[in-house]
Design a protein around this ligand. Structure first.
Ligand code: EPU
Length: 368
């Protein structure tokens, strides 16, 4: 093992010497440290990348040890969950903190809600399935979203008419500068569409360790999403239970979105842009078929997938990357893709959409 004390993080370009770093693993108390790590298995897009150091965080004690260790104190750190919302460059200069804190339990219950707590390293979909199996419904619309529980609040995951925010109570985290544990309420996390305080003022500052969710009692199905309504009508199921909704969501996702185990991808690659009412009116006059949704604050969310398709990108390939042929919001790895190819495609899509609609699409995953 290269003595950790010899690694210099203040010089970020230290990573040029990756080749000379041995690939090794060391366990020191609760710390599990690996050097010169292949990150390809740790990102669902399957991009080739290497990190100088990766530390597996399996407990709060392990994390405290990392934060207190002077070797890592000055290092830029990146918190990694399931790697489903990240785009790695070939060389990642950060110390990767891979969150593997597990555990899930019914934290509390009262006549109006079940409160469930889960470790940040738990798989999100498995948590959803576990709550249903225990008779605590409410997360079924968020089934099959790839990634971990700890990543869910960062981008406020959402699908099929429900956002994480709708079920979120509070979380525990550790301040990566001071090592202090903190508890944050839903309000303090400032969750909004694919956004949170962790992408703004607390970016890079916190590692989420545990999350608490509140599942309302009595349960009510959320079936506003057109595809769920269609399935309900087709099956003639007047009052579906949570298990049925879970199955419909899984079927709908499987039909539209590529399984990262089969085709590398990072889910939606762009956010749906939100525009003011006047801008929406002007656009609609020019593009009468444009798909959009009114928001409660008077603004409109535009379907980026529709705009990308309208620009002729759906199903197109560029080198080893492409735009998925069943959902244009998803960019895919055709095998052997590089970071450069992916970003070239992303920019070409952004440019086309800008040229036609005057809107610059924002990339959704974190580009590191
Ligand atoms: N559409 C097209 N062409 C496309 C894709 C979409 O015309 O290629 C139009 C269709 O009219 C479709 C509408 O856009 O009915 C909405 O499409 P979809 O239901 O697939 O939803 P989305 O807005 O494109 C969002 C989330 C997805 C989530 C779905 C379902 C974002 C960035 N994406 O996509 O989340 O699964 O809604 O709720 O908000 C993810 O974040 O990784 C993700 C997959």
């Amino acid at each position: 093992m290269t003595a950790c004390g010899q690694l210099t993080f203040t010089i970020q370009h230290e990573w040029v010497s990756f080749d000379r770093l041995p690939t090794e693993t060391m366990t020191r108390g609760p710390m599990h440290i690996e050097t010169n790590v292949d990150l390809q298995p740790f990102n669902t897009f399957g991009l080739p990348a290497r990190a100088h150091t990766l530390i597996r965080i399996r407990s709060e004690a392990g994390l405290a040890q990392v934060v207190r260790n002077p070797v890592y104190a000055a290092a830029p750190k990146f918190v990694l969950g399931g790697g489903s919302n990240v785009v790695f460059r070939e060389s990642v200069p950060h110390v990767i903190l891979k969150v593997e804190i597990t555990g899930r339990r019914l934290f509390r219950e009262n006549p109006t809600e079940w409160i469930v707590e889960a470790g940040a390293g738990e798989n999100w979909h498995e948590l959803v399935a576990w709550t249903l199996a225990n008779g605590w419904p409410g997360l079924e619309n968020l089934a099959l979203i790839p990634g971990t529980v700890g990543a869910a609040p960062i981008q406020n995951i959402g699908a099929y008419g429900v956002e994480f925010n709708d079920r979120f109570l509070s979380l525990d985290a550790v301040d990566l500068t001071s090592g202090q544990p903190v508890s944050l309420s839903a309000e303090q996390c400032c969750l909004s569409y694919r956004d949170s305080v962790f992408k703004k003022t607390l970016a890079g500052r916190c590692l989420v360790t545990r999350v608490r969710l509140k599942l309302p009692r009595p349960w009510r199905a959320v079936l506003d999403y057109p595809d769920l309504r269609r399935r309900q009508t087709a099956l003639g199921s007047a009052a579906p239970d949570a298990g049925e909704v879970f199955e419909w969501v899984c079927a709908s996702r499987r039909a539209k979105l590529p399984d990262p185990e089969q085709i590398g991808n990072a889910g939606s690659f762009f956010k749906n842009p939100v525009v003011e009412r006047e801008r929406h009116c002007t656009l609609l006059a020019r593009e009468p078929n444009m798909v959009s949704y009114p928001l409660t604050d008077g603004r409109f969310k535009l379907s980026a997938g529709w705009m990308i398709e309208a620009c002729g990108w759906k199903g197109r390939h560029l080198g080893h990357v492409g735009v998925y042929d069943r959902q244009a919001l998803v960019l895919i790895n055709l095998g052997g893709a590089s970071h450069g190819e992916l970003m070239t495609l992303a920019e070409a899509v952004q440019d086309s959409v800008y040229d036609r609609f005057g809107i610059r699409l924002e990339i959704e995953p974190v580009v590191l």
